[in-house]
Ligand binder design. Sequence first.
Ligand code: ADP
Length: 324
Amino acid sequence: MIEYVKYWKGDIKLDDVEILVRNLNKTYGNIKAVDSLDFLVKRTECLGLLGPNGAGKSTTMKTIYGVSVPDECQDTDISIFGFHPRKDALKIKALAGIVPQQDNLDSELNVKDNLAIYAKFYGISAQLARTRIEELLSFMELQDKAKARVQELSGGMQRRLTIARALINNPRLLILDEPTTGLDPQVRHLIWNKIRELQEKGVTILLSTHYMEEAFQICNRIIIMDKGKKILEGPPRELLAGSIEKYVMEIHSAQRGTRDYQSYCTEYGLRYECFQDTVFIYSNEAVALSVLGDQLPEHDYHIRPANLEDLFLKVTGRSLNELQ
Ligand code: ADP
């Protein structure tokens, strides 16, 4: 009999589930890092965990790849390809690639040898390893650096090497914990392209990020987390279309004109939020915002389409990039 499980919308076949997380909790002292988290990752999708620093993304990832033990709760269930992250760690390792938040390359070895040592660990024959390493160096655009030692590589190259290393066993699932944090925009775009290519080849991707643009660019579906809890889930475009107005006006240094915009918003039924010294006014009609702009000549303002940052502010009252 075919078994079905609850997906974010409707049900899916259990056979199509690569990662299942039910009632995941993790407490450090008096900090609830992950709080009653439920989600599934369907085969070949790219799911992003999005949230500010401290939201619980890394802790969630670590429990999935078995380096952190969740709290013991009666109905907690975590499985990857149907296996338990700790009891079946080797079976999972054989099928998955993991890119941790901190690159943990062997700095004494050169690029090629970092890959070769992993190939050995996976029991890949020397001949196959040579071919695979060439392919991966080319895929991650590191061919010119094959003989370079890790300490000679830039941060972006080290990240690309860590991703190449995670791909040595041709995994069907790739888990990336904040893959582009601290990297410059060019490297970030290169990594996004590679993740897209892998997904097109049928690799399932789970990644965590605090960059809304990253989530928007590469994820089919995102889970927005805050303080260990899931607060929103869905495809980024659907979330934006269904959960927030289309346009936002930002008024900077708005203190002086507080009464002007408040009375306008009240009169025209526009939602507004104040965050630090910026006021955000939301509307589905850009023209309603430009009319207001015309009435506030002394202010520095601009009107733009709403994004995930605005959505996060709407549901939590805080900024997505806010450090905690
Ligand atoms: P994120 O990856 O979203 O930035 P984390 O999962 O790293 O968030 O952290 C969630 C919360 O758990 C934070 O408050 C963090 O300080 C705390 N935390 C994470 N790891 C540990 C640890 N090993 N010991 C104590 N507290 C921790």
